[in-house]
Design a protein around this ligand. Structure first.
Ligand SMILES: [Fe+2]
Ligand SMILES: [Fe+2]
Length: 155
């Protein structure tokens, strides 16, 4: 089994006890959507698409599991570190890259490492394109417009 398939199964297991089915379905949609967007952006930028997929898949697991977004990037990074160490799928260096991306993913106004930026942009891409009829949030507009230029899409 591929590492991504293995992690997808683990994420399903992490979230399967969410009481509200609609919330569970939306959580899985977002995690899969960000994972796919992260692969596209990583390939475009010459970053590792497999690590990007893993970071996308795991980035909000903690928030969904706890039902709270309070400091979820930092708490989620620590949570995912434990999950990855238990899973024994990644090297320490890979774990570090994934956990760094999750740690920084709420810092949309600053620029961090290339993989941190892949995850932030993938998150924005899913927020904005999951329902393209919705207005783009003000705090995501600048990143979204840069992404449209980079990916050759109309705003
Ligand atoms: Fe998040
Ligand atoms: Fe997210």
């Amino acid at each position: 089994m591929s590492r991504i398939k293995d992690l997808q199964k683990r994420v399903h297991r992490e979230l399967k006890d969410m009481e509200d089915y609609d919330k569970y379905a939306r959580a899985m949609d977002h995690l899969h959507g960000v994972s796919l967007a992260a692969v596209i952006i990583a390939k475009r930028r010459g970053e590792d698409p497999e690590l990007a997929a893993m970071a996308g898949l795991l980035h909000d697991v903690y928030a969904y599991k706890k039902g709270s977004y309070e400091d979820h990037a930092h708490l989620g990074s620590a949570y995912v570190r434990k999950l990855l160490e238990k899973a024994e799928l990644t090297t320490p260096e890979e774990t570090e890259i994934i956990c760094s991306a999750i740690w920084h993913h709420s810092d949309k106004e600053t620029v961090d490492s290339p993989m941190d930026e892949v995850l932030k942009d993938a998150d924005v891409l899913h927020h904005t394109l999951d329902d393209p009829t919705k207005a783009v949030k003000e705090q995501e507009r600048e990143r979204y417009e840069h992404l449209c230029l980079e990916l050759g899409m109309g705003v």
